[in-house]
Design a protein around this ligand. Sequence first.
Ligand code: FE2
Length: 287
Amino acid sequence: MTIKVHPFFDDLTSTFSYVVADTKTHKATIIDSVLNYDPDSGRCKTQSADYLIEIVKDLGYNVQWILDTHIHADHLTASSYIKSKLGGRIGIGSKIIDVLNYWVPVFNTFHDTPLDGSQFDMLLNDGDSLPLGESFITILHTPGHTPACASYVIDDCVFVGDTIFMPDVGTARTDFPGGDARTFYRSIQKLFHLPGTTRLFMCHDYPPNNGRPISYETTIGIEKQDNIMVHTGITEDEFVQLRTQKDIGKSVPKLLLPSIQVNMRAGQLGSQDSLGRQYIKIPINTI
Ligand SMILES: [Fe+2]
C-alpha cells in the first residue's frame, strides 16, 4: 500500500476533507472539500480549501480527481475553486440526476444548473474505477442518506461520506428528499462485506458528550461490533424503525439551502448578473 491520507477538519461545519495521494507517483485526489460561507454577511472565503491546496503544493502532489461523496446539505463544496487552482476533474455519483431533478425546480435555477449533470466533469457509476498512481479509486454507490451518496474505496481505505459515522454516533439521517432508511441499511451492509481491517474515513463527527475527542477514522470490524445503530445482529426492520424514529423532528441544517444550491453546480456560485454579481436564492415556504 502506498497511499497517504491527509485529513483536514473544518470546525465550523464539523466536516473532514481529505487529500489522498499515491506516495510513489504523487498523484492525488481531494475528497469532500469545504468552501467557507458566512450566511449572515453573504461572504465566501477559502481558508479551508487553501489548506488542502497548501498540502498538495508542499508535498508536490498532482491532483487528478476532485470528488464529493454527495450533495452536502451542511456545507458548500470547494470543488470548483480547487479545480481553478490545481486542475483535476470533478466527480460525483451518477445518481445526482435524481437530486437535480428534485431540487432544481425547488430553486428554479434551470438556467445555470443543468439537469443532466454536465456541470460535473464525471458522473461516477457504481463499480467504476479511477486510477490513482499505482492504486485505484473504486466507486461504491451507498444511497440512503441521499439518493446520490457514493463511497470511495482506495486500497484498504474507504471514504464513506455520510454513510456511517463513528460507532458511538451511528449513522447519518435519512429524512432528506430521496433519503430512505431501508436503502441505507442495505448500503451499509454492502460496506460490511469488506474485510474487517478496512479503514473507514468519516465526513463528519459529532462525539457524544463524554469527552471523546473528535475522530475521523475507524474500521469495518469496529463498526460491525460497536456501531450503536447498525452493529451485527441489528436487522433491517430494527434499523428502519430506529432511524425513522431518530429522524422525527430533526431540524433543518443551517446551510441547507445555500449548500444544496451551490453543490448542485459543483461548487460554482450562480450565474452573474450584468454587473458581475452572484446570488444565492432562498425559496420561501417551498420546502
Ligand atoms: Fe450529508
